[in-house]
Write a protein of this length. Structure first.
Length: 229
């Protein structure tokens, strides 16, 4: 699906602009995410080095603009490009949601201004944090470069391990298996890994567009599966 969309973008001015804006949205998302994690996990006062509200407004503006450009293109070109337009509109929804989860992480930093440390869970928390960050960065590269091999690798690594490991942390905290954590810290850690899980999930959804037809965006890759889209 993405190969056809990628080629279409290169030929059509509106779609080229829309694609560029989706890339800018992802760049903003990554800055928001990394700054929010820094605030939550490495700052003792909940401070942040970026204008998170302004960046969020910019993402929302880009999302509306991408929708408008896709709609305008489809109104002119007719139904032949509907699938390509739907792919991009679907992708920017995931991009916008990642920005929302980055804001949620910063909210945690404000509610828990002391540096959030996982205590007995710290090694597991740091591991899923690092893997989510790596997955996010790799997704951005695969998306930009239409790298199908990297896209399949990302899809497999998220579903096979990261999601499960995030849930194990939550299960241990809720099940009372991390008694060294106070109620507030335990709740913050559980919420944090849930946000990481969702950011990983939306990253995976975005990257599925590189290898899957529109009906299978967000689902696992099926080799040799035929589609009219």
């Amino acid at each position: 699906m993405w190969r056809n969309l990628f080629n279409l973008f290169r030929k059509d001015t509106l779609f080229t602009q829309a694609m560029s804006e989706s890339h800018q949205m992802l760049d903003i998302d990554l800055q928001m995410f990394e700054a929010s994690v820094e605030s939550l996990r490495r700052s003792n006062d909940g401070s942040i080095q970026v204008d998170l509200k302004g960046m969020d407004k910019e993402i929302n503006r880009f999302e509306r603009d991408v929708r408008e450009k896709v709609l305008t293109h489809l109104a002119v070109s007719g139904p032949s490009d509907i699938a390509s337009g739907l792919v991009l509109v679907s992708i920017v929804i995931d991009i916008e949601r990642i920005g929302d989860y980055a804001k949620n992480i910063y909210d945690l930093a404000c509610y828990h201004p002391e540096r959030l440390h996982g205590g007995s869970m710290e090694e597991a928390v740091a591991d899923v944090e690092a893997r989510t960050t790596s997955l996010f960065r790799e997704m951005v590269r695969a998306f930009r470069e239409n790298d199908q091999e990297k896209a399949r690798e990302i899809m497999t690594s998220y579903k096979g391990a990261l999601s499960t490991d995030c849930e194990k942390i939550v299960e241990r905290i809720v099940g009372g298996k991390a008694p060294d954590l106070s109620g507030g810290t335990g709740a913050a850690i559980a919420l944090y890994v849930r946000y990481l899980k969702r950011i990983g999930g939306h990253s995976r959804n975005i990257v599925t567009s590189v290898v899957n037809p529109f009906p299978r965006i967000g689902y696992r890759y099926k080799k040799n599966k035929s589609s009219n889209f």
